[in-house]
Design a protein around this ligand. Sequence first.
Ligand code: APR
Length: 245
Amino acid sequence: MNVLDHISPSDPIVILTGAGISKESGLATFRDPDGIWAKHKIEDVATPEAFARDPDAVLGFYSVRRAQMKDAGVEPNDAHRALGELEGFWPGGVLLVTQNIDDLHARGGSKNLIHMHGELAKTRCNDCGDLIDGLGDLDKNMTCANCQAVGTLRPHVVWFGEMPLQMDAILRALSDCGLFISIGTSGNVYPAAGFVQEARAHGASTIELNLEESLGASSFDEGRYGPATEVVTGFVAELKARAVQ
Ligand code: APR
C-alpha cells in the first residue's frame, strides 16, 4: 500500500526517529554489529544502578558521546534537514519524537520536537531535578549549584528502568495523527516500539523508513528500505507534492 493515497494534507503527522537517522552523520547506532551495545554492556553504563555503583564509568561513557556533539564533522544530514523542512510546509502540522539524545534534529531545523530519551546537551541533578545546559564533562565530585548536593549531577538522559519523557503529549499526538512515520529505529525498545500500534489503533496510516526491516515491520502499512538520506528525503519530497494537491 502507498500511504500517500490514504492521507490528506490536513492530517497531523507524528514521526518517531532512532539512531539510524544519525548514522550518516557519523554517530554509531546501538544494535548494529558495529553499534554501541557491541562495545559496552547496558547494565554497566546506562542504568541508575550503574550510576550508583560506578559513576566514573557512566559519566565517562557520556563524556565520549558529548565530545562527539562538539566535533565539527558531526553535522545534521539530508534526512534531518528534510524533516525540518517538512515541518515548515505540511499543512496538518508535524510532531517529531526522537529517541536520540544527540542535537541533530534541532540543528536540522525541527522545532516541534520531543526528546523522549533526554538530551546529551543537558545535565540534571538527581536530587533536586535542576536542569542546566552544556556539553562539558561531568565528574562524581561536582556540586549541584541549586541544592549543593555532591555527586548527583548526571546527563539528562533516560536510562533503562526509567520513564521516558513527555509520554502524555506523545500519546495524545499519536491518537490524533493521520500519518505515523518511523525512521531509523530497530523496534527493540518500548514504549517507542509500540507507537505504531497506538497510531494504528486510532486510525492512522503508518510507514517505516529504515535501512532494513525492523522487528515491528509487519505492523506498518508500508515500508521503504535504504539509507535515511535517500529514503527520508525521497518520502518528504513526495509529501511536498501531496501538500499542494
Ligand atoms: N539509515 C536508516 N536506518 C539505518 C541506517 C541508515 N543509514 N543505519 C542503520 N539503520 C537502522 C538499523 O538497521 C536499525 O534498524 O537503524 C536502526 C537502529 O537501531 P538501534 O541501534 O536499535 O537504535 P534505536 O532503535 O534508536 O535504539 C532505541 O535503544 O539503547 C537504546 O536508548 C537507546 O534510544 C535508544 C534505544
